[in-house]
Design a protein around this ligand. Structure first.
Ligand code: MN
Length: 230
C-alpha cells in the first residue's frame, strides 16, 4: 500500500563526531531542582515525579532560529540536561540497568509558554499548549555516553545575550538520571530514540524576539539558538 500523503520525516539530532540520532518520543520531568520549585511557588520533593511530553518534531537542532510562538506573551527558557536512549524497556529496576540504556547526553531547552502553564495549573487542565508547541525543544548535538563520562560533577548554565541567567550543579537534581528512567519506565515502554529532558534549575525567565540563548553543560556541545524576529 502506498502512503496517501508524504509520510513525516523522522526528527533527528546530530551526534558529536558523526551520525544522526532519530527521535521517537520526548519525555520531560518537571520540578526537579529544589530552587526552581521554590521560585515557581511549590513545595520541594513530592512523592512522585511530574512528567509531561512533547512531540518528537518539537526538536530543533544546530544553531537554528526558533520562531517566537504564536499565542503567548510569556515565553520562557528552561535550560536542561537531555538524555538520549539507545535501548528501551519497562519496569527497569536498578540504576545500573537504567544507565546502560543511555546512548548519550545533550544540552537542551524546554521552551515554555508560561502564561498557558499558569492558566492550566489554575484550572487543573493539561499542559500541552504550555509545553508541546512547535519548536519547543531546542537540543544541542548529542555527546556519546562513553565520551561524556561522569556528569555528576558538571554544571549547567544558561546565558541570554551573553548574560548569565541560570547556573546549577547537576548533582542538585531531586530525581537523578537513573531514577528518572526507572520512574518513567513504570509508566511507559521506553524505546530506542527516546529523549528525556531532566528538569531546570532556578533562574528561568522570559525571552523576546532577537534574544540569543546558549545552554552549556560541562563538556557537552552547547545548545545555541536565536528567537526569530518575525
Ligand atoms: Mn522543564
Amino acid at each position: 500500500m502506498t502512503y496517501v500523503i508524504d509520510p513525516p520525516l523522522v526528527p533527528v539530532v546530530p551526534v558529536h563526531g558523526g551520525g544522526r540520532f532519530p527521535v521517537r518520543r520526548i519525555f520531560c520531568i518537571g520540578k526537579n531542582y529544589a530552587d526552581h520549585v521554590k521560585e515557581m511557588g511549590g513545595d520541594a520533593r513530592s512523592d512522585a515525579p511530574v512528567f509531561f511530553t512533547k512531540p518528537a518534531d518539537a526538536v530543533v537542532s544546530g544553531d537554528d532560529v526558533v520562531a517566537f510562538p504564536q499565542a503567548t506573551e510569556n515565553l520562557h527558557y528552561e535550560g536542561e540536561l537531555v538524555v538520549a536512549l539507545k535501548t528501551g524497556g519497562r519496569d527497569i529496576e536498578t540504576a545500573g540497568a537504567a544507565a546502560e540504556m543511555i546512548f548519550g547526553y545533550a544540552a537542551g531547552c524546554d521552551l515554555t509558554r508560561r502564561d498557558h502553564q499558569a492558566a492550566a495549573k489554575q484550572r487543573g487542565g493539561p499542559w500541552d499548549t504550555a509545553k508541546a508547541f512547535d519548536q519547543s525543544a531546542p537540543t544541542g548535538d548529542i555527546l556519546r555516553a562513553e565520551e561524556a563520562g561522569d556528569l555528576s560533577a558538571a554544571s549547567l548554565s544558561t546565558q541570554v545575550n551573553d548574560e548569565q541567567r541560570q547556573s546549577a550543579r547537576l548533582s542538585t537534581m531531586i530525581w537523578s538520571v537513573p531514577e528518572i528512567i526507572i520512574e518513567l519506565s513504570k509508566l511507559f515502554d521506553l524505546r530506542p530514540g527516546d529523549l528525556i529532558f531532566t528538569g531546570t534549575p532556578a533562574g528561568v525567565g522570559a525571552l523576546k524576539k532577537g534574544d540569543q540563548v546558549a545552554i552549556k553543560i560541562g563538556d557537552l556541545p552547547e545548545c545555541r539558538f536565536t528567537i526569530g524576529c518575525s
